[in-house]
Design a protein around this ligand. Structure first.
Ligand code: DC
Length: 223
């Protein structure tokens, strides 16, 4: 009997290990990795390039209307095409993280991207990661996880990740941004960062990446 394709959601704050873990889990489950944060980052980049006033609802609606987003899972990060241009690297800066967080508080942006995310999961199994994938985008998901880690551990990881990409970053600045982004993402009225009531909570500060993936596979009951 074949039902709708499998959906696994992994939500949590930035730097909690979601991307690496989601990618590995998707690989093990032969599912597509759906990086919803990359979509918000791409919209943030488009808004910044146009010098858009985020309080101008008409301008934001115009931007969304003209928006052409194409995502494909890449070797490392998700490959993102914005109006045909590869912006995969440009969206990864801490500045774009903050921009993404700001545009993600706008209702029409969330509606548009939520629709796109649901479409992508219609015909293929997915592991979706973000802030609201288990609560809002895919409330029907078969398995939901909520990843946490201390802000200090997350800042340490983020600084190292950026250094690997050749992006210079200061630990204290990153820590400050993480705390601010957590506050913005979890206090906004629309789809705030919060665990779905049935989500399995995992603290990735005390486990290795492989241990987290194994724990998830055990929970999903996948051999
Ligand atoms: O996961 P990330 O750091 O790439 O996400 C960037 C921002 O996008 C994050 O601060 C909040 C927003 N976001 C969101 O509101 N909902 C999602 N499902 C994913 C990301």
């Amino acid at each position: 009997m074949s039902g709708p394709p499998l959906i696994v959601t992994i939500d949590g704050p930035s730097g909690s290990g979601k991307s690496t873990i989601s990618r590995l889990l998707a690989h093990r489950l032969k599912a597509t990795y759906l990086d919803t944060g990359a979509m918000y980052r791409a919209v943030g980049l488009a808004a910044q390039r146009q010098g858009l006033d985020l309080d101008d609802q008409e301008a934001v609606a115009g931007l969304l209307e003209a928006l052409d987003l194409d995502l494909s899972p890449g070797e490392e990060d998700t490959r993102v095409l914005l109006n045909g241009e590869d912006v995969s690297l440009a969206i990864r800066t801490p500045e774009m993280g903050m921009m993404a967080s700001r545009v993600s508080a706008i209702g029409v942006v969330r509606q548009r991207l939520t629709r796109l995310q649901r479409e992508l999961a219609k015909n293929q199994p997915v592991v979706a990661e973000g802030r609201d994938t288990g609560t809002v985008v895919f409330p029907q998901a078969a398995h939901k996880f909520y990843l946490v880690a201390t802000p200090e551990e997350r800042a340490r990881r983020r600084t190292a990740q950026l250094a690997e990409k050749g992006i210079a970053a200061d630990y204290q600045d990153i820590l400050g941004q993480i705390v601010e982004r957590d506050r913005q993402d979890s206090t906004r009225p629309l789809a705030p960062l919060q665990p779905a009531s049935e989500a399995v909570r995992i603290d990735s500060s005390v486990l290795s990446i492989d241990q987290v993936v194994d724990l998830m596979l055990t929970t999903i009951n996948h051999p």
